[in-house]
Ligand binder design. Structure first.
Ligand SMILES: C[S@@+](CC[C@H](N)C(=O)[O-])C[C@H]1O[C@@H](n2cnc3c(N)ncnc32)[C@H](O)[C@@H]1O
Ligand SMILES: [Zn+2]
Length: 157
């Protein structure tokens, strides 16, 4: 009888469906590298969970990687434990959506995605204070879709 030596058994990591690279919209973005079906859960928005009140004011600016949770108190900070999801840009006509499930956030495809397409979700940024011209300027959207509302701030209902 032969036995495999410990450490010789290898597991195969599935090839990723997304990659991070330079975006035409802003900085880096996330792109599909393989077809992704409508409704697929693509990736979790990971990071350290902190309280909004612990976030230094200089980090709480419109160029943000922070993802606020529905309870209004917690936020995911991907600078610790973050993954590719942190690079997904905003669009006013997105092909993905971010859904919170039991305090975790996942990115889902809103439609079938082709390899080479950039992934976007609607940030719908919320600002507690009155929207100053500075905040409005810093929140300008460059998604260039026909549905662009000109801002990454949440749509007025
Ligand atoms: C989580 S980062 C996304 C990655 C970003 N592209 C980068 O390279 O840092 C979020 C920031 O990207 C910028 N951004 C994302 N989508 C944008 C858009 N449609 N228009 C303008 N700026 C955008 C904003 O500054 C936003 O706060
Ligand atoms: Zn837009």
């Amino acid at each position: 009888m032969t036995r495999k030596k410990p450490g010789k058994i290898k597991t195969r990591k599935p090839a990723g469906r997304i990659e991070v690279r330079k975006s035409g919209v802003h900085g880096r973005g996330v792109y599909a590298t393989k077809p992704i079906s409508k409704g697929a859960r693509i990736i979790e928005y990971t990071g350290k969970r902190v309280l909004w009140e612990e976030v230094p004011n200089d980090l709480n600016d419109p160029h943000t990687f922070l993802f606020g949770l529905d309870n209004g108190k917690d936020v995911i900070d991907p600078t610790t434990g973050g993954n590719e999801a942190r690079w997904i840009n905003h669009s006013c006509d997105p092909n993905c959506e971010a859904i919170e499930e039991n305090g975790r956030v996942f990115i889902y495809a809103l439609r079938n995605l082709r390899p080479g397409e950039e992934l976007f979700y609607d940030y719908a940024l919320q600002v507690d204070e009155p929207i100053t011209s500075e905040v409005a300027e810093e929140s300008r959207c460059f998604c260039r879709t026909s549905r662009c509302r000109g801002t990454m701030l949440e749509a007025k209902s």
